[in-house]
Design a protein around this ligand. Structure first.
Ligand code: IPM
Ligand code: MG
Length: 380
């Protein structure tokens, strides 16, 4: 039998990135071995490590080298870990690690970002919310990813007449929030399609009482809702949504929203799971899709071997599902993660005072446990 080959462009990035990526790759090879698929991973530079390397080589300093973008475009999927860190945090620097991430999203036309929030039964106590509030929580955040404030014009002017205190000259800055109808439509439509395969509910989040972009968003949502009469549709203001996410998170099924609101609400929603270290994400669009944890590069614990690799591993699962239609393998991997947590294994971020020290694992050991559980699930 000839096995399938998939080429994965892997972007370890900065901070804990390389450590969690190593586990993502090991899990991928375990999946490949079980399902007779050859996943060929090739590392490329992005973020702070790209800035440093291009600078050291005397090239144009960039957080997304052209060679990385080409490799990503040519690959069957992109797996990214994390970018950024204090070393590159100078807000006045002309090139910043995050630009690499934004540029790859834009250039791969990844307009749709999915962040599933799933509560692991074993982690109910790790959430800051009382366990009874988590009952029935299972939501999918659909975030618009290539528009809005992130990609409108960013402007800064200094020595502007009257912009300082007491009428003196000072600085002025502006960011433009902008959306075209088609950018809203393709994301909102996707949310309705997804809801049909779930609990049949879409909550569209906006700030239509203030923003013109939000009024357009809401109008488009109402129009599209008419094509999906089997889906229950509602609008919710973003401030209220932030409150409802902690007051009654079980009411949400699919939550669809624009770029900045989605960024903020998905970090908030991640805490329902107990740790930002559990939230995976898939960015989809016209071409190659990209999969990454929703968390950052955690520079404070980088290089210590204690980072939680589960969001990276769960991003591999999303990749299997969305890019390779390997639903069974993805479900098996998800079940393996659930089994490991059920057995009481934790990384430091998931441990609490009741966790025995002997159950707290480092990054690699957690990878081992998941692979072991995956192989056991496959053997069943
Ligand atoms: C995310 C991150 C990024 C974003 C940053 C690193 C630019 O917070 O993926 O949520 O704001 O989109
Ligand atoms: Mg974010």
């Amino acid at each position: 039998m000839v096995s399938t080959t998939y080429n994965i462009c892997t972007l370890p990035g900065d901070g804990i990135g390389p450590e969690i990526m190593a586990e993502g790759k090991r899990v991928l090879s375990a999946v490949g071995a079980a399902y007779d698929v050859d996943f060929v991973c090739e590392d490329h530079l992005i973020g702070g490590s790209a800035i440093d390397t291009t600078r050291d080589n005397g090239e144009n300093v960039t957080a997304l080298p052209a060679e990385t973008l080409q490799a990503a475009q040519a690959a069957d999927a992109v797996l990214l870990a994390a970018v950024g860190g204090p070393k590159w945090d100078d807000l006045s620097a002309s090139v910043r690690p995050e630009q690499g991430l934004l540029a790859i999203r834009k250039n791969l036309h990844l307009f749709l970002n999915l962040r599933p929030v799933h509560i692991y039964r074993a982690l109910r106590d790790a959430s800051p919310l009382r366990p009874e509030r988590l009952k029935g929580v299972d939501l999918l955040i659909v975030r618009e990813l290539t528009g809005g404030l992130y990609f409108g014009e960013h402007k800064r002017e200094d020595h502007v007449e009257g912009a300082g205190v007491n009428g003196r000259a000072g600085s002025f800055a502006s960011d433009v929030m902008q959306y075209s109808e088609y950018e809203i439509e393709r994301v909102v439509r996707w949310a309705y399609e997804a809801a049909q395969g779930r609990r049949g509910k879409v909550t569209s989040v906006d700030k239509a009482n203030v923003l013109a972009t939000s009024r357009l968003w809401r109008e488009v949502n109402h129009r599209i809702a008419k094509d999906y009469l089997d889906v229950e549709s509602s609008d919710m203001l973003v401030d209220n949504s932030a409150m409802q996410l902690v007051a009654n998170p079980a009411q949400f099924d699919v939550l669809v929203t624009e770029n900045t609101f989605g960024d903020i609400l998905s970090d908030e929603a991640s805490m329902l799971t107990g740790s930002l270290g559990m939230l995976a994400s898939a960015s989809l669009g016209d071409g190659t899709a990209l999969y990454e944890p929703s968390h950052g590069s955690a520079p404070d614990i980088a290089g210590k071997g204690i980072a939680n690799p589960l969001a990276q591993i769960l991003s591999v699962s999303l990749m299997l599902r969305y890019s390779f239609k390997m639903d069974e393998a993805a479900a098996t991997l998800d079940a393996a993660v659930e089994d490991v947590l059920d057995a009481g294994w934790r990384t430091a971020d998931l441990a609490d005072s009741a966790t025995p020290v002997s159950k707290v694992l480092g990054t690699r050991e957690m990878g081992d446990k998941v692979i072991e559980a995956f192989n056991k699930c496959c053997a069943k």
